[in-house]
Design a protein around this ligand. Sequence first.
Ligand SMILES: Cc1cc2nc3c(=O)[nH]c(=O)nc-3n(C[C@H](O)[C@H](O)[C@H](O)COP(=O)(O)OP(=O)(O)OC[C@H]3O[C@@H](n4cnc5c(N)ncnc54)[C@H](O)[C@@H]3O)c2cc1C
Length: 401
Amino acid sequence: MQNVDVLIAGGGLVGASLAIALDGSGLRVALAEAAPPKVDLQPSYDERNLALARATVNALEVLGVWVHCGARATPIRKIHVSRQGEFGVVRLDAARHGVDAFGATLPARELGNGLLARLDTCRDLIRCAPAKLTAIAHTDGAIAATLATADGERRLRTRLLIGADGTNSFVRSALGIESESTDYAQTAIVATVTPERAPDCAYERFTATGPIALLPLAQGRAGVVLTVPTTDAARVAALDDAGFIALLHERFGWRLGKLVRPGRRVSYPLHRLYAQRIVAPRAVLVGNAAQTLHPIGAQGFNLGLRDALTLAEMLIEANGDPGDPTLLADYAQRRREDREGTAAASDALARWTANEAPPLKLLRTFSLLALDRIAPLQAALVRRGMGFRGSVPRLALSDRP
Ligand SMILES: Cc1cc2nc3c(=O)[nH]c(=O)nc-3n(C[C@H](O)[C@H](O)[C@H](O)COP(=O)(O)OP(=O)(O)OC[C@H]3O[C@@H](n4cnc5c(N)ncnc54)[C@H](O)[C@@H]3O)c2cc1C
């Protein structure tokens, strides 16, 4: 059995970023990913278009990932938020907040390519893929982990196990960590379109049947995230291109002229999940394994990366036993505010924006108007939206405004 200091289970967007952040730290780190190390085979390196907060872009630059994929990213310089059939609008302009961009959009597939290219340059990392974690057992001062690989079982003994294995985390259930979950009864349908006028703005439009987001992409394309009730998802997914475009216009309007050339549609049923604890003896949960959010606020990966960066920073600083209970308790404490606040805000946004009750409609209009006009309110929103929230990891701070 091989001994390591840290075993990361799950090499998705968060687990791979964490492995990169720990490379060269002096810790013996292993990364076990169930899928083979190819972009087309990895479940989260897919068609979804990610809005990356400025703090995330900073960190990906410092980690040496951005150099492999940043050329395919599109800066987010303006944001436009509105509610169909209501009066208020929030318009945000990066220049007015003293930054060149709030962040950037990047297809998850391109970020996946960047992560895999950077992982190839890691000097000390032990990469196991395909390798699925199938069993764990606490032993004296460590956790024994069993991986199912193409060549049979492989066993590792680790001083710290990190569950970065997504929403249906094996690590979370094997540790007996309870979680709250909600089925939003909504499905996000993701596709790419070409608007007549190239978008220079990220749009989020709330409607009674769910939000629609339209993100600027390279070459004048736009990434659409259309949220529909799950009861209607099969019908929408089966619409022909003309029918799908007509639905997008009905929900988004014509502010970018005619939308054409819709790409492949991919559906994601939406659930919220919140683990009641994120640490256990010699174990930690990060990313979607710890909390899975509604994509309405585009926060899932941004938040998961802050989990990973904070943990990497603390492990490197401690320079001792990575499974030390005090260190893990400090980690949970340091992540508490950001984790609770971001998860609650995404959940509230998902529910609040769809509610048709008249008092809420009025409150919503006033809130949007206030955010559009009251500078300090807007500045606070922008700072948080750029990922500078909670106890911010240093890697994300390279150009904090
Ligand atoms: C439609 C949509 C749009 C989104 N848009 C945004 C956005 O704009 N901005 C943003 O920040 N976030 C966004 N998100 C959220 C973001 O995609 C997730 O938060 C992010 O993918 C979470 O990464 P993760 O690595 O924690 O989990 P995952 O991406 O789920 O990765 C988990 C990995 O673990 C592996 N695995 C699972 N079980 C095992 C096991 N037993 N052993 C070994 N490996 C295992 C899996 O193969 C997988 O590779 C969006 C999500 C959706 C659905």
